[in-house]
Design a binder for this molecule. Structure first.
Ligand SMILES: C[S@@+](CC[C@H](N)C(=O)[O-])C[C@H]1O[C@@H](n2cnc3c(N)ncnc32)[C@H](O)[C@@H]1O
Length: 270
């Protein structure tokens, strides 16, 4: 896991408060994190050691979902909001491996992700990979700018993996999802990964409470029913909203035999 400060003389953001992109990077074993991120990440690990399995299971879920969408559902366009720092097998890599012409727009509101956007932008010359700095709440800006790369007349997969929990209830995350899905045509997909409030309930409540005392932006775990509601109006693919390591797992998938507090699901717009 990261142990040194990232290179660079100065950085255009506050490194004294934990940020989710850098905390997640630390859990995944990355190096783009700072002391405050590592302290918050370690505090969560102390309460909830399975978080380390959960984040790797989330990346494996991302890989299975993107591969399914490209190879089996024929999707060639992705709007990936809450991109995170580059890790192994990012959306454009999985998609363009199966179909080099795939077009991917990444969106994140953390300036450190922007600093690493070059790594995300090195996509296939046959497809397109673009990066927007925007907040998930600002769906108007996202849709307008993404339209420069994506054709909203053709199906799009909207990827919200590990980001809706950064939107508190008072900001109406369901309405945000609905606005995004209203902008894409029938045959489009929605993929969600979301921390669970009703698996390992006590550990989750304690670790998220501790995290929220320090973090720049609070996070909200949600129940199975609450995560299902984000798919309103869509046809949920089998096996529905499940602990994400149980969503169409391969034989060697991360998390087998665990109770991971992380839901995943995929829906299709009819
Ligand atoms: C936990 S990471 C998930 C990364 C990746 N999607 C994955 O599943 O591996 C969450 C990302 O969402 C970004 N994020 C958090 N709140 C956001 C918001 N309101 N708008 C856009 N991005 C946001 C964070 O900066 C971070 O990069």
């Amino acid at each position: 896991m990261g142990g040194q400060e990232p290179a660079g003389e100065s950085v255009p953001f506050d490194t004294s408060v934990p940020h989710i992109a850098r905390v997640y990077d630390y859990w995944l074993g990355g190096k783009d994190n700072f002391a405050a991120d590592r302290a918050a990440a370690e505090q969560v690990i102390a309460t909830m050691p399975d978080v380390l399995v959960s984040v790797r299971a989330q990346r494996a879920f991302l890989g299975r979902v993107v591969h399914y969408l490209v190879a089996e559902a024929g999707i060639r366009q992705f709007l990936d909001i809450g991109t995170g720092l580059p890790a192994a097998s990012n959306t454009h890599e999985v998609a363009q491996r199966a179909a080099p012409e795939s077009r991917v727009v990444y969106v994140d509101n953390d300036p450190i992700v922007l600093l690493h956007a070059q790594a995300l932008l090195a996509g296939s010359p046959h497809g397109a990979t673009a990066y927007l700095e925007a907040d998930l709440r600002d769906t108007g800006k996202i849709l307008e700018q993404a339209a420069g790369v994506l054709d909203f007349g053709q199906p799009v997969a909207v990827m919200l993996l590990g980001v809706l929990h950064c939107i508190p209830d008072q900001d109406d995350p369901a309405a945000i999802v609905a606005r995004l899905m209203a902008a894409v045509p029938p045959g489009s997909y929605l993929a969600i990964a979301h921390p669970a409030s009703d698996v390992a309930t006590e550990q989750m409540a304690r670790s998220m409470g501790d995290y929220n005392k320090q973090a720049a932006a609070p996070v909200t775990a949600r129940s199975h029913a609450e995560v299902c509601r984000f798919f309103a109006g869509l046809d949920l693919l089998e096996p529905g909203v499940v602990q994400l390591h149980r969503w169409r797992p391969g034989t060697a998938d991360v998390g087998q035999g665990r109770e991971l507090a992380n839901y995943g699901g995929v829906g299709r717009k009819p």
